[in-house]
Design a protein around this ligand. Structure first.
Ligand SMILES: Nc1ncnc2c1ncn2[C@@H]1O[C@H](COP(=O)(O)OP(=O)(O)OP(=O)(O)O)[C@@H](O)[C@H]1O
Length: 455
């Protein structure tokens, strides 16, 4: 591939020189411009793979110039050079379509990371399929799903923090994986963490790492999840569950693009894209003082809302077919064709069901049905959907009575199962919230789910 070309626009010649030298060492040819007018002229004459522009230029604003670029030259990734500590301008730039930003005074390591990511968007390194080789796919032909796929492809091309919202089980993590897999970071790690599952006192050390001896139990240096995601994406699931103190540190890490491990003197620069998610309404959490407004503002640069399954019932048949085929492969039939078939009535029943637990609930219902069906045809009754619709049916008082023929062990398992299903239902299949409701740890709930064959 020919030498990469960058256009750098800034009215400070010192910064232009610094960036030009740094890029030159990366084998990137940089052309410089002091004004918007000059930059526009150069764009007409040359071909560029990347543009870095200051926010305030003598003859116009960087945001207006960015908009000009995204209309006329949409394939050029644009990074904004922002004033030190100006969160507003960094967020505004990314909302306006900037690929990333670098704050003054320019940190050369961060600049190099940014340029590397931008150049990966050039042809060769871009993943060819939707899954980016990850094997992950978001199924569904509904207009809502088409739109999500389109948005994901767009979001994959920049570095802005994305906040994925949606009920439990709507595919928030799957969407995050796809943004990672289709973007320039796809060769780097994708690290997912459920913020609600980390004990409060360990959050900081888990996220940022710790030095040996920094607290009782810190027997050696440990790298944090930020460091583990270096060069890739960190997915902060259930971000609303982060304690307030950890929120302050997270904000700092995102703003400064560096972290300080617990007990360390020095900050360590990190090159990580943040995608976060929550099934909760973060605006409400901010209003109630449970979530910091400044952090919300920073992680919610772009919002991606995953639709509930009941908003797109036309996707259910296709999803069900794929899930059954995956189950059959997992159970060793070794073919793509599913040995199971849903009757027309069963498909209709699935389409009418409200699915509070969304695609995950559909997966669970089908897995249960394959175990219960006689032969290869799945009937409405095998789906046990009525149970999910009626909370009463699950209440312990409605649990099956102990009869003489039933061993006590089975009876107790059934009661336990009903209580767990009921809590999951009430929390829209959010396992962290369900565990809290049941007064057990998430780990313990997971163990029970596995034991009872619910997952
Ligand atoms: N559109 C889809 N196509 C295929 N599978 C999907 C789709 N949406 C969700 N799934 C599947 O549903 C399950 C739940 O998805 P995922 O974990 O991404 O949801 P989530 O919204 O992050 O859930 P939670 O809020 O509980 O963390 C996964 O097994 C995922 O593969």
């Amino acid at each position: 591939m020919s030498k990469a070309q960058a256009l750098v626009v800034d009215d400070e010649t010192d910064i232009l020189d610094l960036i030009k030298i740094t890029l030159g060492r990366m084998d990137v040819q940089a052309s410089t411009a002091l004004t918007v007018a000059d930059a526009k002229r150069q764009l007409q004459r040359g071909r560029f793979d990347l543009c870095l522009t200051d926010m305030n230029l003598p003859d116009g604003s960087g945001i207006d110039f960015l908009q000009h670029l995204s209309e006329r030259y949409p394939s050029i990734p644009v990074a904004m050079i922002t004033a030190h500590g100006s969160t507003e301008s960094a967020v505004a730039a990314m909302k306006a379509g900037a690929f990333d930003f670098v704050a003054k005074p320019v940190d050369l390591k961060l600049l190099r990371n940014l340029v590397e990511s931008a150049l990966k968007l050039r042809g060769a390194a871009a993943p060819s399929d939707e899954a980016g080789g990850s094997g992950v796919r978001l199924l569904g032909d509904s207009p809502a799903m088409e739109q999500i796929r389109h948005l994901i492809a767009k979001l994959a091309r920049n570095q802005a923090p994305v906040f994925v919202t949606g009920e439990s089980g709507t595919g928030k993590e799957l969407a995050a994986r796809l943004i990672h897999a289709q973007g320039p970071r796809h060769e780097g790690p994708f690290v997912a963490v459920n913020c609600g599952a980390i004990p409060q006192e360990l959050v900081e050390s888990e996220l940022f790492g710790h030095r040996k001896g920094s607290f009782t139990g810190a027997v050696g240096d440990k790298e944090g999840l930020f460091q583990a995601a270096e060069g890739g994406t960190l997915f902060l699931d259930e971000v609303a569950d982060l304690p307030l103190l950890a929120q302050v540190k997270l904000l700092r890490a995102i703003q400064e693009k560096s972290v300080r491990p617990v007990g360390a003197q020095q900050e360590v620069p990190v090159n990580v894209r943040i995608i976060s998610a929550s099934h909760r309404d973060l605006n409400a959490e901010v209003e109630q003082g449970n979530f910091r407004q400044d952090l919300f503002y920073r992680i919610n640069v772009i919002e991606l809302r995953m639709p509930a399954l009941r908003e797109r019932p036309e996707d259910i048949a296709l999803l069900a077919e794929q899930i059954l085929s995956r189950l059959s492969q997992a159970q060793g039939s070794g073919t793509n064709a599913s040995p199971w078939r849903l009757t027309a009535k069963a498909i209709e029943a699935l389409k009418r069901h409200p699915f509070p637990g969304n695609v995950r609930e559909l997966e669970n219902a089908l897995e249960r049905a394959t175990a219960l069906a006689d032969g290869d045809v799945i009937e409405v009754e095998d789906l046990y959907l009525a149970k999910c619709e009626s909370k009463q049916a699950r209440a312990p008082s409605a649990s099956p009575g102990l009869d003489d023929s039933q061993p006590l062990e089975d009876y107790l398992s059934e009661v336990e199962k009903q209580a767990i299903l009921s809590a999951l239902d009430e929390t829209h299949w959010n396992r962290t919230a369900a565990a809290r409701k049941l007064g057990m740890t998430l780990r313990s709930l997971r163990y029970r789910l596995a034991k009872l064959g619910i997952e």
